[in-house]
Design a protein around this ligand. Structure first.
Ligand code: 13P
Length: 307
């Protein structure tokens, strides 16, 4: 079987992408994996620390257990999303222990998020996490730039942020960051924002973010590694397709499928109805929005040689 890193790199070289779906509630696992299989696509299933702190994912072990119930490696792999060095509430996190624990549980790729630190400290934290992951043969994603949205409270005015490029991943910093940290994939800020997770904001329909595709293309040239688009919910299709062509090889999607689950659970009071809503929405995303149905073979996920 090909490793996750090889699959992501194949997608990247071919101008394709792998979606990564977040699991804040364990009953979402079955319908998300079912949808990926039904579309004969390939996806990562991921959980971020905030999804067991602020939602009901349970923790790395609970997610790994649920994943194993439904997964097959030709369609899905397990990824550890955002393990912050400093979290959205400003709390310092023992990030290396969490990453180590997840690797021990069989997570096939991991993320360290030092994006709230200054450049030097982000490089150092990411380098340490990369040494740990690579010692276990696991690829690691890192983040540079400010993909806002997870912090409490409303965003600063979006149009102003986008027009000024404030918080965008800086080209020269990105070049240096990749060389000095050894990270395998880089999450970049190019106008994308995360869906809100706190208070009443978490139930609102997410705004349609724009992407600076010229800047993305330059980041691709500066870094020459697969780039990751966080905040994948609600981005208009043309931007998403343009981003895939310009170097995005992994697209994280959380809010859209979480809200499909929560809203249906609230209105119908039934977990299985909520699961059906997640299934339908995930199929729609794969087929209609991302156009990634049937891509499993193209990116080598069906190749059954040993890693
Ligand atoms: P959205 O919730 O905006 O889709 O972002 C998900 C994400 O980037 C998780 O890392």
């Amino acid at each position: 079987m090909l490793g996750t890193n090889e699959i992501i790199n194949t997608a990247w070289r071919k101008g394709l992408a792998v979606p990564a779906f977040n699991i804040p509630y364990l009953p979402m696992m079955e319908p998300v994996i079912g949808a990926v299989r039904a579309e004969d696509a390939f996806a990562l299933i991921e959980v971020a620390r905030l999804e067991w702190i602020k939602f009901e994912a349970g923790g790395t072990a609970a997610v790994a257990r649920e994943f194993k119930r439904w997964a097959d490696t030709e369609h899905v792999r397990l990824h550890l999303d955002h393990i912050p060095v400093v979290d959205e509430d400003g709390v310092e996190v023992d990030y290396l222990s969490i990453i180590q624990e997840a690797i021990g549980l069989g997570y096939q790729s991991v993320m360290v998020d030092g994006s709230r630190l200054n450049l030097e400290d982000n490089i150092e934290a990411t380098r340490q996490a990369a040494v740990l992951a690579h010692a276990a043969g696991v690829p690691i994603e890192a983040e540079l730039g400010a993909v806002l949205g997870h912090e409490a409270g409303p965003l600063p005015p979006y149009e102003e942020l986008f027009a000024s490029g404030q918080g965008f991943t800086h080209l020269e910093e990105a070049r240096r960051f990749v060389q000095e940290t050894g990270c395998d994939w880089l999450s970049v800020a190019i106008g994308n924002v995360h869906g809100a997770i706190s208070g009443a904001l978490k139930d609102q329909t997410k705004m349609a973010a724009k992407l600076d595709l010229d800047h993305l293309q330059k980041l691709r040239e500066a870094t020459n590694i697969p780039l990751v688009l966080h905040g994948g919910s609600g981005i208009p299709r043309d931007y998403v397709l343009g981003a895939i062509k310009a170097g995005i090889a992994k697209i994280n999607v959380g809010t859209e499928i979480r809200q499909a689950y929560e809203k249906t659970l609230r209105s119908k009071g039934s977990v299985s109805a909520a699961q059906s809503a997640v299934y339908e929405h995930t199929r729609w995303l794969l087929c209609q929005h991302f156009g990634l149905s049937g891509d499993r073979e193209k990116i080598g996920a069906s190749v059954s040689t040993e890693e």
